[in-house]
Write a protein that binds this ligand. Structure first.
Ligand code: SIN
Ligand code: FE2
Length: 209
């Protein structure tokens, strides 16, 4: 593993961690998964559809509707389980996330056109000792990250295809979001856009998944 760039305490970036072949293989995994778990644009708790389309791999998928944000073991609408977590994601988590406890969820985010994600904290996971590991594929994202209070100063950085980043420790609950994508900056994703995968351990370590 190459050394990371420490952007902020607890926020590490590994530029170009994934080869072109590894990126293409992950996109193929995503396209296969969304055959059985199609992308959906969930409503926020405020009732407005998100601009980012989502699906998930693994025992749990992150979902949202007017009842709020949560992890669910079934896809909204179809009530089917989510597609299995690909081995390559388990391996990346073991190397960059946590060597002992596997992830139980990989959220798949698809950004097309003017999709964006407002500043938020990831706080639906029980144990913040586990990091969030993020994989960027396709168009470059203009990513923003600040501190653990909403009003803290933020900084902006680019996440390009093949980059990995991790929120852990003091940055695990940092506010972050995606201001926009740079459309056309990559040709990796069929139809264009950006796919982001976020691997997480949502349940406590002692829950068998
Ligand atoms: C997220 O915060 O869930 C996604 C971040 C990203 O798309 O880079
Ligand atoms: Fe997030």
């Amino acid at each position: 593993m190459k050394p990371s760039v420490s952007v902020l305490p607890g926020f590490d970036l590994w530029p170009a961690a994934l080869s072109d072949a590894a990126q293409a293989a992950l996109v193929a995994e995503v396209l296969a998964a969304v055959e059985s778990a199609p992308f959906q644009r969930y409503d926020t708790a405020y009732g407005k559809a998100m601009s980012v389309a989502m699906s998930s791999f693994g025992p749990l998928g992150w979902v949202s509707d007017k009842a709020g944000y949560r992890y669910a073991d079934r896809q909204p609408g179809t009530d089917r389980p989510w597609p299995a977590m690909p081995q390559v994601l388990l391996d990346l988590w073991a190397a960059y996330g946590d060597p002992d406890t596997p992830p139980d969820s990989a959220l798949i985010n698809l950004y097309r056109d003017d999709a964006r994600m407002g500043l938020h904290q990831d706080r639906d996971e029980v144990d913040p000792a586990f990091p969030v590991l993020s994989i960027s594929l396709g168009d470059t994202a203009v990513f923003r990250i600040g501190g653990t209070a909403r009003g803290d100063p933020t900084r902006s950085l680019r996440l390009a295809s093949g980059d990995l980043c991790r929120l852990s420790g003091p940055a695990r609950r940092a506010f972050h979001g995606v201001d926009r994508i740079q459309a056309g900056s990559s040709r990796l994703v069929p139809g264009g856009g950006r796919i982001n995968l976020t691997l997480r351990r949502a349940r406590p370590a002692d829950v068998t998944v």
